[in-house]
Design a protein around this ligand. Structure first.
Ligand SMILES: Nc1ncnc2c1ncn2[C@@H]1O[C@H](COP(=O)(O)OP(=O)(O)O)[C@@H](O)[C@H]1O
Ligand SMILES: [Mg+2]
Length: 112
């Protein structure tokens, strides 16, 4: 099994292995935040959390794409059902999927 904690500094290891639940991480640009998030996702999956129970929400499409690529590189082929996207695209997807419950159609005139 790939050692996800190798290549992390002590603060990153603390963040990656923190118990499930709210964890606030504040760090400057380029200091390894995305590395923490991607390794935390991979660590959760490695520890047995099904990927479909994990949702990673970003602000930009660029960040979502980077996150997905980096998690894919860490865990080749174990990503089925993992949700990574911007909060706009994830919310639009949920609204379409649950449209019937809201008594609206699932069609949308604009793409997220
Ligand atoms: N503990 C570390 N040791 C060596 N390189 C690291 C470490 N943490 C992050 N990096 C590298 O530093 C760069 C910035 O990391 P990143 O996670 O993208 O930072 P942020 O999201 O905070 O901007 C990346 O190239 C990443 O691989
Ligand atoms: Mg980043």
């Amino acid at each position: 099994m790939f050692d996800l904690l190798a290549g992390l500094n002590p603060q990153q290891i603390e963040a990656v292995t923190a118990k499930p639940g709210p964890t606030l991480i504040i760090a400057g640009p380029g200091s390894g935040k995305t590395r923490v998030l991607t390794h935390r996702i991979a660590h959760l999956i490695q520890q047995g959390t099904p990927p479909f129970k994990i949702m990673a929400v970003t602000f930009t499409n660029k960040a979502a794409k980077e996150m997905r690529e980096r998690v894919e590189r860490l865990l080749s082929g174990e990503l089925r059902g993992l949700t990574i996207g911007t909060f706009h695209s994830i919310c639009a997807r949920i609204l379409r999927r649950e449209a019937a419950r809201l008594n609206v159609t699932h069609e949308s005139s604009s793409k997220p």
